[in-house]
Design a protein around this ligand. Sequence first.
Ligand code: AHR
Length: 654
Amino acid sequence: MKLKLSIFLICLMFAASLGAQTTPKTLVVKAGTPIAPIQSTMWGLFFEDINFAADGGIYAELVKNRSFEFYKPLMGWKKTGEEYVGQFQIINSQNENNPRFLRLESLQGKELALTNEGFRGMGVTSGENYNFSILARQDQGSSALKVELLDSTGVVIGKTEVKDFSGEWKKYETKFTCSSTHPKAKLQVTLSGKGVLEIDMVSLFPEHTWKNRKNGLRADLVQKLADMKPGFIRFPGGCIVEGHELETRYQWKKTVGNVEDRKLIVNRWNTEFSYRNAPDYYQSYGLGFYEYFLLAEDLGAAPLPILNCGMACQFNSTELVPLDKLDPYIQDILDLVEFANGATTTKWGKLRADMGHPAPFNLKMVGVGNEQWGTQYVDRLKIFLKVLNEKHPEITFVGGSGPSSDGKDFDYLWTQMRELKVPMVDEHYYKTPDWFLKNAGRYDSYDRKGPKVFAGEYAAHDKEGKDAESRNTWKSALAEAALMTGLERNADVVHMASYAPLFGNVNAWQWRPDLIWFDNLKSTATPNYYVQKMFSTNAGTDVVSALVDGKPLIGQDSLFASACIDSKTSELIVKLVNVAKNPATLTLLLDGKQPSAKEISLQVISNLNPASFNQVGKPEEVTPVERKQTISGKKITMNLDAYSLTVARIAIKK
Ligand code: AHR
């Protein structure tokens, strides 16, 4: 009897101790007391032409080296039918921006063919129409061009013909339908007839593009961006702004106007990493500043261009523009503001109108410099700011804090930014998932009176794996979600945030992880994408406090939380992250507001394997699901899956 009693008591104590461990924490949410507005720009996009994100990516052109301007003029092209040297001649004389063209000579009437390999092949779809165009001039005789799309075994899957060429340079356009879906097709143009034909800008686009703009952007990729409802889009990068040396910096003026007059340059990611060399990586600028502004407008995102501040990449050449020679660089910014916002009677405003957009693009922010550091940056920034603040007080100028998230250079720049009263400072962090968890409280102690934060480039870098997409693990995404609760909680200081980089071509990447992976036909959203989307489509309008025992939930029992209200829809939105391998329970206690419905909506991403990732062309392993939960009253029990992000939307009484 005594033994039975003591066993019973031991069991009781054990149960009690278990109970003590599992008593759900109570997250008190002051739904009726907004603390700070959440900027409409809070969650946005970082676009850089890295990983073949532009040419070979979002820009739907299928022909690589269409204007023969690569360092090796026939890179990407294969010649057939040549009998003697001179039948295919590269001529370097046409004009300053597009100097080279190809002369095809067949005076005996022998066929000469040229095949373009595309960007690791051309992705083409059965039933889709393709727009072929070419600039050409008949120099002698009379020629015709057979235009054929071939699958990788050489079978013709689409064709058309161009003939009756004029003796003057002229653009010829034709279209044809493709009969088969193929990821690695090629374009072949075959010269027939006796004559000499000169050609340039050989181009092939699918007819169906984003908004069906002619020669526009890949619809599936832009759709993924649109689905995120981003608050802003930063472009064109990234290090691409800086160039290896000043000569190869990004110069927006060379990216606008007629496509054939945009001077192509090498892409700085071409040889940046020896283990991922891409000698065929160039910037055709078919996607240039006009197209970036248009994309921003389409997405309803505020445009944020970043311009060079007179410094080339400090990881490469550190080439500097002398302080008394910065005028052209400053003028580039002034002219950009005119291009985006100026009246159509101004030089640059007129160009915008001539390109098809008389209405202004509503530019409100410009970044000066990317990952610069040291006194050289500050000395230059001061000069830029003086002129820009005088001429454009309406524009918010964004300064940088260098490539590191902390340390001597970072602290120095932040001190300078405060002194210079720079309105917004760009921070970058590419760190381990663990760093992200530990830094979820990073902004809690930031100076409330100083510059605002633009978390302009961040990504949790998990271990490297064999598959291109393998670094985009659920673990990395979950860690980002944890940190993002800290960004939201500090929305009074953090005004903008963007994951980086945005796109990765599985067959041609240089840098990973990336938010969206794609091949020539398909794309996949990473777990990180779903996290970003869950935050940006549940952005809310004002932060409210969400406290456990009077403190923000930052990792206690592996949980992280933030909360906001959406004053437009009268909803409370709570974001909860559980980074533990076990499910958790949390009690939500609404303070100051009553739920107005008996049911709440939940969006949940969870996966028991933190190493899971999504791959192009395979069923996705990590995806969000929608759930409903019945509630009664102000106390809501939240059952959180192991390794999960949960966003709860709770309708509240006004
Ligand atoms: O996002 C990739 C690169 O990372 C960016 O170009 C650069 O700013 C950073 O170093």
